[in-house]
Design a protein around this ligand. Structure first.
Ligand SMILES: NC(=O)C1=CN([C@@H]2O[C@H](COP(=O)(O)OP(=O)(O)OC[C@H]3O[C@@H](n4cnc5c(N)ncnc54)[C@H](O)[C@@H]3O)[C@@H](O)[C@H]2O)C=CC1
Ligand SMILES: N[C@@H](CC=O)C(=O)O
Ligand code: NA
Length: 448
């Protein structure tokens, strides 16, 4: 198992000292990391136990337009100087060089590194893990697989007492977005790809996405965490989505399937009995009712099958600036806590105490079933009660109740989100109405 987070006693600094974060790359993800470091500085300070200072942002073009603009003085083209002055290096440049040399420079100096660079990890992971292990520096890369979804840390930590047999999922947001747009809206491949690029999902060179190489790099990283060897991109069989036509989608739909690009890493046995890992990425037909079929847009989902845990599913935004920055910042905070406190903070101290509110303040939508007299004016009186308490009705259905003891009708109302306290008042007033025989049920609705 590669040493992904080496305990580093020599890293323990006095809790009062600040930590300098060097950001290599200020593009889609980097600009969101800079934003979080700046806007959430107080919260981060509290969680880490020391301030995190943005030492600078290494970029290719100093005056490029960005999703979030830091203080112009923070931008530099001298990435090496930034690395040398940092406590934590966050690499979000992408590509192999100079990212590889800069990360090695940091690790060899004992400086912790966070990266989202799956292409680099799948090509040179072993070299980076060894460098980290030699110096005792920490190397974390949750953002490199499935964007915001915590998947690497669960594989490494939560499942470390189990045996993982298979990891399978949708691990590339761009291709899922394209396939979804083609399937659901009849968009052309080119239109859908252009939109994915505009939304910040695609790689700088999107052929890595559509050709399956990005998902393949993720399959190699997932396998590394699941099975404990440093797998590489060239060990993954890869087929992308460029060959998928509108006709393929139509044929799949006709047979009750959707087309998804899956990344699969599983234990296998070769013909000669050798035990190993089989890694593959290819377009796959999934039955429409399968949970993976409902993963839409740039969302990702990863299934993990483990000996004792059984089947687990991890789901969430797989690409995009802010979601990916969330995963980066999770790694930064974990590393910073380890440097400052020698381990994770025991209790995440809230910055401002957040009191527990009366549950009657909850805002939910509800299904209310009323048994009412079937006579003129009942609907108006019922609606007036909802209006009086500012609870708005989303849908209303009336059903005849011919078989009931007291003949009448059932009203089934679904409300928009409203405060529980107001809904309780509605129910109390409805119960008191002559025309209402009974409030038969009140059920909360979520997820609509
Ligand atoms: N965009 C996304 O949704 C996700 C991206 N990632 C990974 O995060 C990394 C960054 O991705 P994005 O922010 O989308 O890329 P991007 O292309 O938007 O930004 C790259 C940044 O790095 C800088 N840069 C590139 N080469 C440089 C060099 N030689 N010297 C100085 N600066 C240089 C650029 O000026 C730019 O600021 C990549 O490794 C990518 O695979 C990971 C998960 C999701
Ligand atoms: N280009 C990638 C970005 C996240 O890893 C994707 O589309 O999934
Ligand atoms: Na992730």
């Amino acid at each position: 198992m590669p040493e992904l987070t080496a305990p580093a006693a020599q890293d323990v600094a006095p809790a009062t000292e600040g930590l300098t974060v060097a950001l290599l790359g200020g593009g889609t993800v980097g600009s969101q990391v800079a934003r979080i470091l700046t806007e959430d500085a107080a919260v981060l300070h509290d969680r880490v136990g020391a301030p995190l200072t943005l030492g600078g942002i290494a970029v290719r073009t100093l005056d490029a337009e960005r999703d979030w603009q830091a203080d112009p003085a923070r931008y530099t083209r001298d990435a090496e100087a930034l690395v040398d002055g940092a406590d934590i290096v966050v690499e979000l440049m992408g590509g192999i060089e100079p990212a590889r040399s800069l990360i090695l420079r940091a690790l060899e100096a004992g400086t912790a590194v966070v990266t989202g660079n799956k292409a680099l990890l799948a090509a040179h992971g072993a070299e980076l893990y060894e460098a980290a292990s030699r110096s005792g520096a920490q190397l974390s890369f949750e953002a490199s697989v499935a964007g915001a979804i915590p998947i690497l840390r669960p594989l490494r930590d939560s499942l470390s007492g189990d045996t993982v047999h298979r990891v399978m999922g949708i691990a590339n947001g761009t291709t899922n977005f394209i396939l979804d747009r083609m399937d659901a809206e009849g968009a052309s491949f080119e239109e859908a790809l252009a939109e994915a690029q505009r939304l910040g999902y695609a790689e700088a060179d999107p052929t890595a996405d559509v050709g399956g190489l990005d998902a393949a790099a993720k399959a190699a990283i997932l396998a590394t965490l699941a099975f404990g060897s440093a797998y590489t991109l060239d060990q993954v069989s890869v087929e992308g989505i460029t060959g998928i036509t509108a006709e393929d989608n139509a044929a799949a739909a006709d047979a009750g399937y959707v087309v998804k690009l899956l990344a699969i890493a599983e234990r296998g046995t070769a013909e000669d009995g050798t035990q190993g890992a089989v890694l593959r990425v290819h377009p796959t037909l999934i039955p429409r009712e399968h949970p993976l079929a409902s993963v839409r847009g740039a969302f990702n989902a990863v299934f993990v099958e483990a000996e004792n845990a059984g089947e687990l599913m991890f789901y969430g935004p797989g690409a995009g600036g802010a979601p990916t920055a969330s995963a980066v910042m999770g790694d930064v905070v974990a590393i910073a806590q380890r440097i400052v406190r020698g381990g994770p903070a025991r209790l995440r101290t809230p910055v401002a105490a957040l009191p527990a509110l009366d549950p009657a303040e909850a805002r939910t939508s509800s299904l209310v079933v009323l048994r009412v007299a079937d006579q003129p004016g009942v609907l108006r009186r019922v609606a007036a009660v909802f209006e009086q308490h500012a609870v708005s009705i989303e849908t209303l259905r009336q059903v005849r109740d011919d078989d009931a003891e007291i003949p009448g009708a059932s009203l089934r109302l679904i409300t928009h989100r409203a405060r529980q306290r107001d809904l309780d008042a509605v129910v109390a007033d409805l119960t008191a109405l002559d025309a209402v025989h009974e409030v038969a049920s009140v059920l909360r609705v979520e997820g609509n």
